[in-house]
Design a protein around this ligand. Structure first.
Ligand code: ASP
Length: 326
């Protein structure tokens, strides 16, 4: 039986140390970018386009915005490079595409999508991924495109602390911050998830985090879609996004509870931290995090973009809308 579903789009722009001392100007820019990403993505859903299109449209906006750790504005590796990871997954057929460790791809989420749509593989990395990008007509840029002064200074601080043998200040949080992700439910009831990141400041040796790993930072099936943000190693060990979806689809745990169990219990109990966005096939939304804040937002039937940053700020998901199982 086919039936029309009310589309929903949920996004995040990363979890981490997000204190209220962020300058008002920056806060305004971040809120505007999240709102734009929601509107661009939701426009696709309203046109009847698949959830995948909403996910790529929303993430592309955030990748192009230097305030987020994805695309332009990505964090720097120990060697002073920007190394980008991304993944996308179609919950309706479990198809997925991912890329890791690329340096010249302007919008990594579009390359992940091309891997899914145009190859028989799921994950491509490094130079090979960039060769494929050229063949697939994906825009490449000079590596200097991704650089921002703020991210460069974050690396300098981390390197200084390395030299002094100090723990990085804010080590658990400031180093991972600003990853972007989206999950969407379209009018045909299909779910999709996507995530894009520069990873963690000062990462070394070709380190890959959870974001491009299907099941860890990104996962979608017919009943649930998740994009994570946080200390990637813990999301990989707990296979966090898949774990949330299995609780929802196999164990019939309500979405909010399933997401909170993994993000706010399992991951912190191991010493990790972060957040996630999750969406189920009925349009229920969950946005748990255990850091000071998480850039986040959602948009549903009324077309109003709900955006929140801080932990003590309502994000509107406690309202009876958009879902019913809370
Ligand atoms: N999870 C990402 C990583 O570990 C970072 C983040 O979400 O900020 O690469």
């Amino acid at each position: 039986m086919s039936y029309a579903t009310t589309p929903v789009l949920v996004i995040h722009g990363g979890a981490g140390v997000i204190k209220r001392e962020m300058s008002p100007a920056k806060e305004k820019m971040v809120r505007a970018a999240l709102t734009l990403a929601l509107q661009k993505g939701y426009a696709k859903l309203k046109e009847g386009k698949p959830a995948l299109d909403a996910v790529t449209a929303a993430i592309t906006v955030l990748e192009d915005d230097p305030n987020f750790n994805a695309g332009k504005g990505a964090v720097f590796t120990h060697d002073g490079k920007n190394e980008l990871d991304a993944a996308i997954m179609d919950g309706s057929n479990l198809k997925a595409g991912a890329i890791a460790g690329v340096h010249r791809v302007k919008n990594p989420i579009l390359l992940a999508r091309a891997v899914m749509d145009k190859t028989e593989h799921v994950m491509l990395s490094g130079d090979g991924a960039e060769t494929f990008a050229k063949e697939a007509g994906i825009e490449l840029v000079d590596p200097s495109y991704f650089r921002t002064e703020e991210r460069w200074q974050q690396l300098q601080k981390a390197l200084k602390e390395d030299k002094l043998g100090q723990q990085h200040s804010d080590v658990e949080t400031a180093k991972h911050f600003g990853t972007v992700g989206a999950v969407a439910l379209d009018a045909d009831g299909r779910l999709a998830a996507g995530t894009s990141t520069g990873g963690m400041t000062d990462k070394r040796w070709g380190r890959i985090g959870d974001s491009p790993i299907i099941g860890a930072g990104t996962y979608a099936n017919s009943g649930c879609a998740v994009s994570g943000t946080g200390w990637g190693e813990y999301y990989i060990r707990t296979v966090a996004a898949h774990e949330i979806c299995m609780r929802v689809t196999q164990m019939r745990v309500p979405l909010k509870r399933a997401a909170a169990e993994v993000i706010n219990q399992e991951i912190p109990s191991m010493g990790g931290n972060g957040g996630a966005i999750a969406l189920d096939a009925s349009g229920n939304v969950a946005m748990p995090f255990n850091t000071d804040g998480m850039f986040r937002g959602w948009i549903g039937a009324d077309g109003v973009a709900h955006v929140a940053i801080y932990g003590d700020e309502s994000d509107g998901t406690d309202d009876p809308m958009p879902g019913t199982d809370q």
